[in-house]
Design a protein around this ligand. Structure first.
Ligand code: GRF
Length: 215
């Protein structure tokens, strides 16, 4: 059984999907710890309800951002997880952490990367009258939202759709695709090869998984 650690900053609906999939046995892993950079967030409640160890690492408690980065790095070293899952963690990992754990950290981002890295993706997609929107799961590198892609889930943007509705549908896709990718990684079916490209055991000619959803 693999050991995973999940990093959050907020609501933790993706965390909940991962917990549920671990509990049902779909993901063959144990969540060793949930780390949050904020104390009073619902994701921490979710972890506690499921009796998962939690750890708060708040930048304000450190002398500087560099000390915070050092603290987080050491915490991750201590936990020694097989997989580090970023699920709405609103801090950019420093270069040392991203490089040291390269191939072991994954992130979910609400856009079809490389389109729309950064914040407010749903709003930008609507403003730009995009036909499609989606989510991307990728390995984390030291560049923001730019590591090797593992999977994308795409939906059609509906006519006159508002940001809230689009965001809600995107979350539904996230809750399917993220547990699925984590399952495949924990089953050693997805891995990053030494050439720094993603290899899928199930179909390594494809590069990464791309699905469309009717949600
Ligand atoms: C998700 O939209 C995820 O793609 C982004 O942050 C959000 C986290 O949502 N990185 P939640 O806390 O899992 O509900």
């Amino acid at each position: 059984m693999k050991k995973i650690v999940v990093l959050i900053s907020g609501n933790g609906s993706n965390l909940q999907a991962i917990i549920d999939n671990c509990n049902s046995g779909n993901i063959n892993a144990e969540i060793a710890c949930v780390i949050s950079n904020k104390e009073d967030v619902y994701g921490i409640e979710r972890a506690k309800t499921s009796k998962i160890k939690t750890k708060i690492i708040n930048e304000d408690a450190f002398q500087s951002r560099a000390h915070f980065d050092e603290g987080l790095f050491n915490l991750l070293l201590d936990i020694n997880a097989d997989l580090i899952v970023l699920a709405g963690f609103m801090k950019i990992l420093d270069e040392r952490t991203a490089n040291y754990f390269f191939g072991k950290i994954i992130n979910i981002h609400p856009s079809l990367l490389p389109k729309y890295p950064g914040l407010n993706t749903h709003k930008k997609v609507i403003e730009n009258k995009e036909k499609y929107h989606g989510v991307s799961v990728h390995y984390v590198s030291s560049q923001l939202d730019a590591g090797p892609l593992i999977a994308q889930g795409q939906i059609k943007v509906n006519k006159d759709e508002n940001t809230e509705n689009l965001k809600e549908r995107i979350h539904k896709v996230e809750h399917i695709i993220y547990p699925e990718v984590i399952k495949l990684i924990c089953d050693n079916k997805i891995y990053l090869n030494l050439g720094k490209t993603v290899n899928l055991y199930t179909n390594d000619t494809k590069g990464f998984m791309h699905n469309s959803y009717e949600i």
